[in-house]
Design a protein around this ligand. Structure first.
Ligand SMILES: [Zn+2]
Length: 312
């Protein structure tokens, strides 16, 4: 079962549960004879009104009667000390009533649930406080602050425009401790807020997934690659810290980058490696995928180690 199927089946369970709970309350209330009669009358009346209005005649009298019955039902409920709302299923999402779809489009709640699963699966803990509204530029030294602000602004714009932007990949180079991960999490959270599915992983874990995929020989192997290929936005933290495994690392990284680029899916990478080092380590094919001028942004973060700074 893939993640989407799993999430959908959980939603369906909770939807059925909400309906069942409402039905239980109704069954209890129907034991009251007065309510039972009103309930039957109401059902008959609804059918009658539909018939009358189908013939394009007015059903004013019947509609008035219907309102009357509804009022009486509420009075009975009140006397029984039951909240009328308890007769309605309590769905987690009012928009889609826990079906996951609104007008054939994935509801934001479904996308959010898929992302939660992806985050769990990737073993990462995205800090939701790391977002574009919360950045403390005071932490950067004077010489890099303006540049950081520019970088944040640029990436904020990309997250707000996607997918209506030609920018589909971002590569951030910078030394350890310059705030790359913080920035990456801001971008990831912005995608989540906009209802996109996000998979956030380290290059090290991603490489392990590649290896597991490569060494599994049954259908279960797809679980190691499909989240990486299928998510709307993929985040790879610290590219270059993983070991290069023969027939694995370069081959699968290329496959992932290429497939995502062809789909127009968003890929975000941060790394200690400058462009020349990147080319030396991963070769021309991967390099040119990441450095494609028309669809990529390449940014360099300057500055001292912020982690040292915050201890001072
Ligand atoms: Zn929904």
């Amino acid at each position: 079962m893939n993640i989407l199927q799993k999430v959908k089946s959980n939603m369906e369970l909770s939807r059925q549960n909400a309906k069942l709970n409402a039905k239980k309350v109704l069954d209890e209330v129907l034991k009251n004879n007065l309510y039972y009669d009103l309930y039957k009358k109401e059902n008959n009346l609804v059918v009658n009104i539909a018939k009358i209005e189908f013939l394009e005649t007015k059903a004013d009298k019947e509609r008035e009667e219907l309102e009357n019955i509804k009022r009486k039902k509420e009075q009975v409920l009140h006397a029984l000390n039951i909240n009328p709302k308890d007769l309605e299923p309590k769905y987690n999402c009012k928009l889609c009533q826990d079906t996951g779809y609104v007008n054939d489009k994935m509801c934001a709640c479904l996308k959010k649930a898929v992302t939660n699963e992806l985050i769990k699966l990737s073993g990462m803990n995205l800090n939701p406080d790391r977002n574009f509204n919360n950045v403390n530029f005071g932490i950067f030294s004077d010489s890099v602050r303006a540049n950081m602000q520019k970088i944040y602004d640029k990436l904020h714009t990309v997250t707000q425009k996607y997918p209506d932007t030609k920018i589909k990949s971002v590569y951030i180079a910078g030394n350890t401790g310059t705030g790359k991960t913080y920035l990456s999490e801001c971008v990831a959270n912005a995608f989540i807020e906009r209802g996109f599915t996000v998979y956030y992983t380290t290059a090290f874990n991603l490489n392990n997934n590649f290896l597991k995929y490569h060494t599994t020989f049954d259908a279960s192997k797809t679980q190691f690659l499909s989240p990486v290929l299928d998510c709307d936005a993929l985040f790879i933290d610290d590219l270059g810290t993983e070991p290069i495994l023969k027939n694995v690392t370069l081959e699968y990284l290329w496959l992932v980058l290429n497939e995502r680029m062809q789909k127009g899916a968003f890929t975000f990478i941060n790394s200690n490696l400058l462009t020349k080092e990147l080319r030396d380590r991963y070769g021309d094919r991967i390099f040119s995928r990441l450095m494609n001028k028309s669809s990529s942004i390449i940014l360099k973060i300057e500055g001292e180690d912020l982690r040292l700074k915050s201890i001072k």
